[in-house]
Design a protein around this ligand. Structure first.
Ligand code: OOB
Length: 548
């Protein structure tokens, strides 16, 4: 008898070749641990240690686990079934951590959206993941997510359930969830997909990244060793908690794995974070470069005691050597550079590396079995010390995106290498230095924006004849976005075009910072240049004119 009520969904898979998998197990990277497994063990081992601090909440490990089980049982009682995918869009609140732990406990699969995402992005994640539920806040940073939830259900009716942190209105409030603990499933297969992370989206829309229990737990367990996280550590989540960096490098999951304390900062600025550092005696935090510079500057003027800070990690975008010096001087603690990606590979400078290595490089991979290949445009390895495309494989780097054959064909070689899109060189000691990238995206203070995606939205405007979006160096953001626009018969105002992009339901960080109208895109024969070449030409011409 077939169960006609079971939804027909694409299975979630992440599979490494069997010889590799056997090696990763034998080497002790994949230990068969799972999220619910390790959380239960921690709750039993030190139930009264503080696990999560945020707002008025101070949960012990026992309380966090109890919350996770209450919500997990509640979600199953609501009719969700193991394997269902749930888009989670929450800010830096304790309920975010409780919710993802609950989803793991119920064998439901979180799909992480950032608070900045809007209808277009959230609907895309829900469709691609074939999600049946959406979890949001009533309000966060002034934005009303229940309205977004209503729009989402209109666009993607398969999202049958909405759960709200705060007042649920017509939806179910997370606080009200409850159910029979005996109905909870056992622990999942460690090789199964635990969640879907989202890619920076270098071409077109964000892709979904399936990460397994075994591979992800390895990445933050090993990160704990490299970053000096133990039971006495206090980790501050200053960046959006759903991002891979504060989640797992070593992030809040690393801290929970170690039995340490996680403190959630509702905002990334020194005004909000510094009082928390002083009060909770924070020892480690991860920042993007512009924030690190802000912090370094503010540290000299603050009355708050920051002396507990031991390690400040900086990553997500390039930290240039002069900025690295300022961060060390301003914050007076150990700097760790982090060069990672949600697809897997994470590189760190080590805490005992020589000063110049920490200043000049983005570090080296976590694992002895992270394979790094640096190749020229034709795929041939570059001579040692030369710059080329970074390709990687390893025990926590994915082999495929979910539900995206075209992206998989582009992003992975036949023998399983992931094309990172980054241009790097490797020093004689094996540290990587990021030199730029091969793909057209804008890295706006660590937030990745696909040029192609924004061009598509601009082209939908009736008075836009053509558009090309490029990155422009920016003193504060590292890079900002600039849209070159050939107007139609009537030239729209820049503010109008920005409002247009925002009105298309996109995250605010994707709205072009600058709009430059041009009559034409250059003299090269029309149709002969690729989009990439065109963007490069426009960018070069603009920078030359600015310099002149
Ligand atoms: C992190 O992850 P994503 O997925 O948002 O972005 C990955 C991309 C990299 O391919 C690279 O282009 C850029 O972000 N990136 C850096 C960098 N760290 C990331 N570029 C230069 N220098 C760095 N230090 O951004 C991410 C994930 C885990 C840990 C840290 C960052």
């Amino acid at each position: 008898m077939s169960d006609t009520s079971a939804p027909q969904r694409l299975p979630l898979r992440q599979v490494w070749p069997e010889t590799q998998a056997a090696h990763y197990r034998a080497a002790g990277y994949w230990r068969g641990e799972t999220f619910p497994g390790f959380l239960r063990v921690r709750a039993a081992a030190h139930p009264d240690a503080i696990a999560v601090v945020g707002g008025a909440v101070r949960w012990t490990y026992a309380q966090l686990w109890a919350e996770a089980e209450r919500i997990a049982a509640g979600l199953l009682a609501q009719g969700l079934a193991p394997g269902d995918r749930v888009v989670v869009q929450l800010g830096n609140v304790p309920e975010f951590i409780a919710m993802v732990c609950a989803l793991f406990r119920a064998q439901l699969v979180p799909v992480y959206a950032l608070p900045a995402h809007r209808l277009t992005e959230v609907a895309h994640f829900a469709r691609k993941a074939e999600a049946s539920a959406y979890v949001c806040a009533e309000k966060y940073e002034g934005f009303d997510y229940r309205t977004l939830a209503r729009e989402l259900q209109r666009e993607v009716p398969a999202v049958r359930h909405v759960y709200v942190v705060g007042d649920g209105a017509e939806f179910v409030s997370v606080a009200a969830l409850d159910g029979d603990r005996a109905a909870l499933p056992g622990d999942p297969d460690p090789q199964s997909v635990a969640f879907l992370q989202i890619s920076g989206g270098s071409t077109g829309l964000s892709k979904l990244i399936p990460r397994t229990h075994d591979d992800y737990i390895y990445s933050f367990r090993a990160s704990n060793d490299i970053c000096g996280i133990d039971r006495d550590s206090v980790y501050l989540v200053a960046l959006p908690a759903a991002h891979n960096f504060p989640m797992s490098s070593p992030g809040f999951f690393g801290a929970l794995y170690a039995g340490a304390r996680v403190v959630l900062s509702p905002g990334p600025g020194p005004d909000v974070a510094f009082p928390l550092i002083a009060r909770e005696r924070v020892t480690c935090v991860g920042l993007v470069p512009p924030l690190a510079l802000l912090w370094a500057d503010a540290a000299g003027k603050t009355a708050h005691d920051l002396s507990s800070l031991r390690v400040v990690q900086v990553g997500g975008a390039k930290l240039v050597p002069e900025a690295a010096r300022r961060v060390i001087a301003g914050l007076g603690c150990t700097l760790q550079q982090v060069f990672g990606m949600a697809e897997g590979l994470v590189n760190y400078t080590r805490l005992d590396d020589p000063h110049e290595v920490v200043i000049q490089t983005q570090g080296r991979p976590i694992s002895p079995d992270d394979e790094v290949l640096i190749v020229d445009d034709h795929g041939a390895p570059v001579p040692e010390g030369g710059t080329g495309h970074l390709l990687t494989r390893g025990p926590y780097t994915i082999r495929a995106y979910h539900n995206d054959p075209a992206a998989n064909a582009r992003s992975f070689t036949d023998d399983g290498w992931y094309r990172t899109g980054d241009m790097v060189l490797r020093t004689a000691e094996g540290n990587l230095v990021v030199q730029g990238r091969a793909t057209d995206h804008i890295n706006r203070a660590g937030e990745k924006i696909s040029a192609e995606e924004i061009e598509d939205h601009l082209l939908a405007h009736p008075q836009v004849f053509d558009a090309a979006v490029v990155s422009i160096p920016d003193d504060f953001l590292g890079e900002r976005s600039c849209a070159f626009v050939i107007p139609g018969e009537v030239r729209p105002r820049p503010a109008e075009l920005k409002a247009w992009v925002r009105g298309r339901g996109l995250a605010g960080f994707k709205v072009p910072d600058q709009i430059v109208f041009v009559d034409a895109f250059g003299t090269t024969a029309v149709g002969k240049v690729s989009r990439r070449e065109l963007r490069a030409q426009l960018r070069a011409r603009f920078l030359a004119e600015q310099g002149a």
